[in-house]
Structures are given as C-alpha cells and as structure tokens.
Write a protein that binds this ligand. Structure first.
Ligand SMILES: [Zn+2]
Length: 324
C-alpha cells in the first residue's frame, strides 16, 4: 500500500516511453495549389479515407482569383486545412476571399469553413444543406471526427451555417459576377446528397463538380438517385469544360470521356437492374446473368460494382413501386 502514491507517476513515466508525442493542432499544414486555368486553382487531397496520417486532407477544394476578390469552392475537412488554404491563397494573390461556395454538407468538404468565416468570407450553399445541419447525423459525424481527427477536429470545431441559402428556379442555375469574372452555379441536388451544387467558371472553362464526378474509374453509386445524377451529367456535357475538378482524386482533362463513362455506366445499371425488377428476378440471379464486360476492366470495378448494382436494384424496385 505504501507505494500507491507513486504509482500514477510511475505509470505516466512509463506511458510516456511508449506514446509518441501527441500531434498538435499548431503543426503547420502547408498546401500547394495546382493551377487549372488562368485564374483557377485547386488543392488535391489524397483519394482515401480521413486519417491521422493525411490529417483529414482527402478531398479537393478550389479557388478563383477575380479582379475584386477570391471565390472559394469547398473548404476541405478541418479548420486547420481551411486556414492552410487561406495561407496558400495569400501566396498567390493579395485579394481577400470574399465568398465561399459549398458543394454539399459532407464533413470532408465543409469543416474548413470556420477559418473562412473568421477571415470575413460570405458562405453560400444549397438551401437543403440546412436539413443536414439540423440532423442528428451531423452531430454524430462531428463527434466521430473529433475522435478520429484530433487535434485537427476538436471541441472548438463548429458546424458552420451558410450566410445565404440558395433556392433554384426550374432552370436549376444561378449566375453571379465578382469583379470581371462570371460564375455559374448548378443545382444538382439529389444526385449524391440532397444539397449538391456544382460551380462552372466559363472564362477558364473549369467545372468544380463536387462528388458527382469520377476520373477514369467506376463511380461509387450505391443507392444514389441515378435519375437526377444522369440529368446532372447532361448539363455537364452541355458545358463542355476543358477541366473538371472532382470532389476527390485528380483533375480531368479527358472530360467528355470521363463523363461518358459515368453516364453510360449509370444508364447500364438502371437498364439491367430495372429489367431484373420488372422480370421479378432476385438480385443474385440478376447480377450473375448481367454481362459486365463493358465496364469490368475499369479501376474500382471490383470494389464498387456489386454494391452499386445492389443499390440500384433496390432503387429501381422503389421507382417501380412508386410508379416514377
Ligand atoms: Zn460527399
């Protein structure tokens, strides 16, 4: 018993031998933007899950320098990354960041917002983002990120609301000017999340597509609303961009080819799974008898195809029951 008082000290000393020095939120993160147009840049994160190793830098975000301020598209997955974006932007231009557009309210795309709010930027997002922010899911995700991405996401990390919630008319587009640059916003809500938006910069022919676009690979579709997604693909093809910056992964200059792959794949999934539902085939049988040869050599086919097919089987079932 007489050694008891020393035990905590001994234990702490022992632990310090085994535990690496904890990371500090002050550990500087330096980001290097990639230029994709005369005035347009993006930050490309690792295409993987958020982890301590990548410090939450696993998505993309971009910015456009105008003659009267900077427009930012998405803010990456932590306030520290948001600050790192601001620092990197300040290396390129003296213009302040005046506006931030959020593609959708998923943690890896908007947790950096806090830094931009502190810097005085105005935040715009699709009105349906409010549904997510009011949900239990949003709080659960924040708690999870506080554990997984500490200290970069901690008790000081907040879910930041937009200053302006955008609603769209039938044409599903909105344009705005900053300085001498025009921006087009597209409502593609429902394709990947209820509040998806894309941003097009006609001067540089660069499209920021959020999580609707995949470069040279089979997309993750699962039970996404493939009908809305296909409509969004059509508006993307109409824009005919030179460069597409996706929400994850490399930017694309083979834009038509990449878009056609996603579009053809979505059409194929809907056709095959739709026919199976109509013929009342069970999923296993339908999956086995489908000829996947057109797509099976593309990257991510093995990881994604079965889940995608099953998700779309269920969706086609729902669509047929609802008579959509
Ligand atoms: Zn997402």
């Amino acid at each position: 018993m007489r050694f008891t008082p020393y035990r905590p000290i001994a234990l702490a000393a022992l632990l310090s031998l085994f535990l690496a020095t904890p990371a500090s939120a002050d550990d500087a993160i330096t980001l290097e933007p990639e230029q994709v147009g005369t005035n347009t840049y993006f930050f490309g994160g690792a295409s993987e899950m958020a982890s301590q190793e990548n410090k939450g830098f696993m998505s993309n975000a971009g910015f456009v320098v105008t003659s009267d301020g900077v427009v930012v598209f998405d803010t990456l997955g932590t306030p520290a990354l948001g600050q790192a974006m601001l620092d990197a932007i300040a290396e390129i231009t003296d213009q302040p960041v005046k506006r931030v557009i959020i593609s959708h309210y998923h943690a890896d795309h908007f947790y950096g917002l806090q830094a931009f709010k502190e810097a005085g930027a105005e935040v715009w997002a699709h009105t349906k983002g409010q549904i997510y922010l009011n949900s239990d899911l949003a709080q659960e995700r924040l708690e999870q990120r506080r554990q997984d991405l500490s200290p970069w996401v901690d008790d000081n990390t907040e879910l930041v609301w937009a200053d302006r919630w955008l609603t769209f008319e039938d044409d599903k587009t909105k344009t705005f000017d900053m300085g001498d640059t025009t921006f087009e916003l597209y409502d593609v809500g429902g394709a990947h999340s209820p509040e998806d938006m894309m941003m097009y910069v006609p001067d540089d022919k660069v499209l920021f597509a959020g999580d609707l676009y995949f470069t040279g690979r089979i997309p993750f579709v699962e039970d996404a609303d493939s009908k809305t997604w296909l409509e969004a693909m059509d508006s993307m093809l109409d824009m005919d961009p030179d460069v597409v910056v996706p929400g994850h992964g490399k930017s694309s200059t083979n834009t038509v080819e990449d878009m056609e792959l996603t579009r053809d794949y979505l059409i194929f999934l809907r056709q095959e799974m739709g026919a199976a539902v109509e013929d009342m085939l069970d999923f296993e049988t339908a999956y086995k008898q489908t000829d996947w040869s057109e797509f099976e050599d593309y990257p991510a086919f093995k990881d994604a195809n079965r889940i995608n097919a099953y998700g779309q089987y269920l969706r086609m079932e729902r669509e047929s029951l609802e008579g959509l």
